[in-house]
Design a protein around this ligand. Structure first.
Ligand SMILES: [Ca+2]
Ligand SMILES: [Ca+2]
Length: 488
């Protein structure tokens, strides 16, 4: 039930925001139809605002389109007998649309409408045309202006004549339950005495006249040529062939093959974009033709399935280059989660490759045939799935200088001289014979660690190198010589 505080707030809103309101004409006598008398805050006290309250703000059916206050000016019952009655042809289908004020508290709210199709002044259960369960199955949400729709067919048993339609919005009669029930339908008749004796209910009742006419049932052709294209993991485009004489179309995209129970999204186009879909899900695109006059063709549907979500394809990690020689190198990378393979390219370009590399399922490769003393880039990318790749990761390395091993064994009168040895700081180096290019001196300790390296070899200064025994290692393109060196 509504709290006193809420009623107070609603009353304040009404008093200070809204101008004086003229009540809609109410004709309850003669009253061939039963009474449905709901509670109101107080006579003449608006209950909420024009769009926020417990009332009905619009009813649309065929030519009927009646907008009213969502709050209750002085009565919860209004009979709009001066509003032109829509004509409903026996056998035709029509969509009723009801808009509800944005209720200001969380009490479950229900709705229902009946048309006395057979003109017996009784709203029978068989004459129910809309309620929560058959038009979405949920309560009216709290605090939101809400519209519900339902398409119904005027039954063949309907009698021609001007009869009554009753539209109701209310809480749950007699129990005042605060828990929404998907199967509850509001009472169609409820007297003031019954109301006073039982649980007081809020809401609004709007009665209308409708003309039931025999006429000739209008039918129109359903759409054809329905296709679904551009399917991604979250979107698709629905298209259909234009129907001659169409007044427009409606479409619904859902996961149910059965024809929609409610009106779809109206469009004058022959395409519609479905968005915010769920990946890897089976959907149905339902489309129907608007015949005009509130009548529609049957729904046609076409199934489609969204694609799987496109997982992010991460780059490889742990790239390093080992076993570098003057003509080869081994490229290594870490095993990547979810990889179906890798591609690599080794070239002298810093830019990522623009074409596919060499495919492999290993996490290393040894490249050969490289040029000595040259800077290379190893480019690696991960393969995800069958056609998706990560971006490239590149690692720079430089090949070693060439050592012409084949000449080392030749007796080409090459001779290396170093002195003094033992040495304090400065070593003088001379060579004799056919010297190769790219001379280099390396001082290596007894553990194999390089402690100094020189490219200018005529005189080197090893000041600062701890005393001890070392190897002086000489190389050029043709020769390798190692001499024992003692540092004092
Ligand atoms: Ca109203
Ligand atoms: Ca009836």
């Amino acid at each position: 039930m509504k709290s006193i505080l809420n009623l107070f707030i609603l009353a304040i809103l009404g008093v200070f925001i809204l101008p004086a309101v003229t009540a809609n004409a109410q004709i309850v006598t003669p009253a061939p139809y039963c009474v449905l008398d709901l509670h109101q805050a107080a006579a003449g006290t608006p209950h909420g605002t024009a769009t926020a309250g417990d009332g009905i703000t619009n009813v649309t059916l065929g030519t009927l389109n009646n907008s009213t206050n969502g709050y209750i000016p002085d009565s919860t019952y209004n009979y709009y007998n001066t509003v032109a009655a829509p004509s409903l042809i026996v056998g035709n289908s029509y969509t009723i649309s009801i808009t509800f004020g944005a209720c200001l508290n969380a009490e479950p709210m229900y709705y229902a409408a009946w048309i006395d199709f057979n003109g017996d002044n009784v709203f029978s259960a068989a004459e129910l045309i809309i309620n929560n369960a058959n038009s979405g199955g949920t309560e009216i949400p709290y605090g939101v202006l809400t519209t519900r729709t339902k398409t119904f067919t005027v039954p063949a048993t309907a009698i021609a004549g001007t009869w009554r339609m009753r539209v109701v919005r209310t809480g749950q009669m007699s129990t005042g339950s605060m828990t929404y029930s998907s199967t509850y339908t509001p009472s169609v008749c409820f007297s003031a005495a019954e109301n006073a004796a039982g649980t007081i209910q809020f809401g609004e009742v709007e009665d209308y006249n409708v003309n039931i006419t025999a006429g000739t049932a209008t039918t129109c052709a359903p759409v054809t040529g329905t296709t679904v294209t551009g399917i991604t993991s979250v979107a698709a485009t629905i298209s259909w062939t234009a129907v001659t004489g169409s007044a427009g179309y409606e479409y619904v995209v859902n996961t149910t093959a059965t024809a929609p129970l409610v009106a779809g999204t109206a469009t004058a186009l022959t395409t519609a974009n479905a968005t915010a879909l769920t990946p890897s899900t089976n959907y149905y695109a339902h489309v129907r033709n608007n015949c005009g006059g509130g009548n529609y063709s049957v729904w046609v549907n076409i199934p489609f399935s969204t694609q799987a979500a496109s997982a992010v394809c991460d780059t490889v990690t742990g790239v390093n280059i080992t076993n570098i020689t003057s003509s080869s190198a081994k490229v290594n990378w870490a095993t990547a989660s979810g990889a179906t393979g890798y591609e690599y390219t080794v070239n002298t370009l810093v830019a990522s490759p623009s074409v596919a590399g060499t495919a492999t399922t290993l996490t290393n490769t040894t490249v050969t045939g490289l040029t000595p003393a040259t800077t290379y880039y190893a480019h690696i990318r991960k393969k995800c799935g069958t056609t998706t790749y990560s971006s490239w990761i590149s690692k720079k390395f430089t090949t070693n200088n060439t050592v012409a091993v084949e000449n080392i064994m030749e007796n080409d009168s090459f001779k290396l001289n170093i002195y003094p040895n033992p040495v304090d700081d400065v070593i003088t180096i001379t060579t004799e014979g056919n010297v190769g290019q790219q001379q280099e001196i390396t001082i290596i300790d007894m553990t194999g660690r390089i402690v100094r390296k020189y490219n200018n070899i005529s005189e080197i200064n090893i000041k600062g190198v701890p005393s001890g025994v070392y190897f002086l290692h000489y190389t050029d393109y043709k020769h390798v010589e190692t001499v024992r060196l003692e540092k004092r």
